[in-house]
Design a protein around this ligand. Sequence first.
Ligand SMILES: O=C(O)CCC(=O)C(=O)O
Ligand SMILES: [Fe+2]
Length: 240
Amino acid sequence: MNYEALAQQFWRDGYLVLEDFFEPELMDQYQELIVRHFGSSPAFLHTDEFLNKSATEVIPWFPQQEGQNAFDVAENDPRLTALTEALLGEGWYSLYCMTMFSRKGTKGQAWHQDCDPEESAARFNVNRLIYTDDIREEVGGQTLVIPGSHRRGTITVGEVNEEFDDQVVLTPKKGTLVMLHGHTWHRVRPVVGGYRVSTNYRCCPKGTPEDITDVCVYRNMRYKFETSSVVEDRLAGGGA
Ligand SMILES: O=C(O)CCC(=O)C(=O)O
Ligand SMILES: [Fe+2]
């Protein structure tokens, strides 16, 4: 793998897609652990206000925080470490591994940035997303990104699920790795069949505060996960 070329592409586009990065056997093992954890239709962990306003219905699970060591294998893959280092330089660190589950009939995720470029363009997280099963047309849940949007500052105010001319639709397969800058505008399409699973090994450059992803920016609001509250209604233009 040419890590330097991949890093250049990442810094140009704000994301990278690497197909067949992980072995199918490892993906099957993870998929089974995730589905076993969630069951087929788990209750939602977020507040109603968040679910309604953010057009997000994703349930997180942090397996490593419960001693589920199987998830260390992908994280410790030397190619992933080398790639991350090529992107972020020395001293980068892992935040957490978060699996995300969405059942049929849920909205996916509205356009957002995981952290706010307004604070500082130099402070950001990187999502290292792995897909343990194919994202399929009949299930929905494609990941949408806007190339280069990590350099455009805070996401514009507007319709939360707008279709943009320059959006790129990602339909990752089992074993695909997506590296996604936290300031890149991204969205997940509604889940129309079955269920959708993705796993995110979040990390960030040296010196980034550990709570970098606590406030997420949507086109209609800023949302703080720690307190489960809307900290700014962007449509109203004022503080909450
Ligand atoms: O599940 C995905 O494809 C993307 C989820 C997402 O927005 C994130 O992990 O920040
Ligand atoms: Fe995100």
